[in-house]
Design a binder for this molecule. Structure first.
Ligand SMILES: NC(=O)c1ccc[n+]([C@@H]2O[C@H](COP(=O)([O-])OP(=O)(O)OC[C@H]3O[C@@H](n4cnc5c(N)ncnc54)[C@H](O)[C@@H]3O)[C@@H](O)[C@H]2O)c1
Length: 256
């Protein structure tokens, strides 16, 4: 292979995005990382220390200006984008009638809005290359009815259907578009969820955790690296005949 491949990963400062950034960097990809958290800079430094090529930027995936600047700068540094992994996401866990319209708009803006903006700005580059692979983040919430997750689940369902449509739109440019739908993954997002449920119900954190672990057939949560494996597979040449797919990495949750 000639040039080193470039993987662009959003929401890379924490959880699944961080594990994905590490996986691509360890496998000799150049990584371009964006997150709204300043912690992205420490990850960039860590990856460079371990020998990886890396560019990171603090930015908001729901800001068109930030997305445009990040994609343009990445292209000016590396001249290509082979992989786009749209990870950045937020959740609101509340009874529906307690959810404000502003909360609804924010979850939609970040989850589906951010995914849309990244496609919009990366696609011209991938089309020019006539090659690319995109992996979006769905969720079991896009497949099953999860109590108090209606808005979040709606955005994840939207990401799954967006992925299917874009896969067809881009097939003629040799660009594959897939999504991964994790079950419960041990990240700050999930722990925040459990903490809220524990506070609301008065059940101890560990008890709520046990209940939520039982949604997986192996009775445990995933490590973020187990989701990164699936993202890495779908982004790579081994998945050359896979497009428009949502890959459940949920340890049987939806199969039950
Ligand atoms: N953890 C789970 O159990 C689980 C399950 C299914 C799907 N997911 C999905 O996986 C993805 C990653 O989740 P996670 O659990 O690793 O969460 P996390 O909270 O640990 O990490 C998310 C990262 O995204 C960043 N981010 C949030 N909003 C942003 C914005 N507007 N602009 C830029 N960066 C932003 C955060 O700063 C954070 O670093 C999300 O899309 C989430 O919906 C997670």
């Amino acid at each position: 292979m000639g040039e080193k491949r470039v993987a662009m990963i959003t929401g890379a400062a924490s959880g699944i995005g961080r594990a994905s950034a590490k996986k691509f960097a360890e496998n000799n990809y150049t990584v371009a990382l964006m997150d709204k958290s300043q912690a992205i800079q420490a990850l960039g430094e860590e990856l460079r220390r371990s020998g990886a090529d890396c560019f990171e930027m603090v930015g908001d995936v729901s800001s068109e200006e930030d997305v445009k600047a990040f994609v343009e700068t990445t292209e000016s540094y590396y001249g290509r984008i082979d992989v786009l992994n749209c990870n950045a996401g937020i959740v609101v866990v509340k009874p529906l009638e307690d959810t404000t319209y502003d909360e609804f708009l924010r979850v939609a803006q970040v989850n589906i809005g951010g995914t849309f903006l990244f496609h919009k700005y990366v696609l011209p580059i991938m089309k020019r290359q006539r090659k690319g692979a995109i992996v979006n983040l769905g969720s079991v919430s896009g497949h099953v009815g999860q109590t108090e997750h209606a808005i979040y689940g709606a955005t994840k369902g939207a990401i799954i259907s967006f992925t299917r449509a874009v896969a067809w739109e881009l097939a003629k440019y040799n660009i594959r578009v897939n999504s991964v739908s994790p079950g419960s993954v041990d990240t700050p997002m999930l722990r925040g969820d459990i903490q809220l449920e524990s506070t609301r119900t008065g059940m101890p954190f560990e008890e709520v955790k046990k209940l939520r672990e039982a949604e997986q057939a192996f009775n445990r949560w995933a490590d973020p690296s187990e989701i990164a494996e699936a993202i890495y597979f779908l982004a790579g040449d081994g998945a050359s005949f896979i497009t428009g797919v949502d890959l459940l990495v949920d340890c049987g949750w939806v199969a039950k």
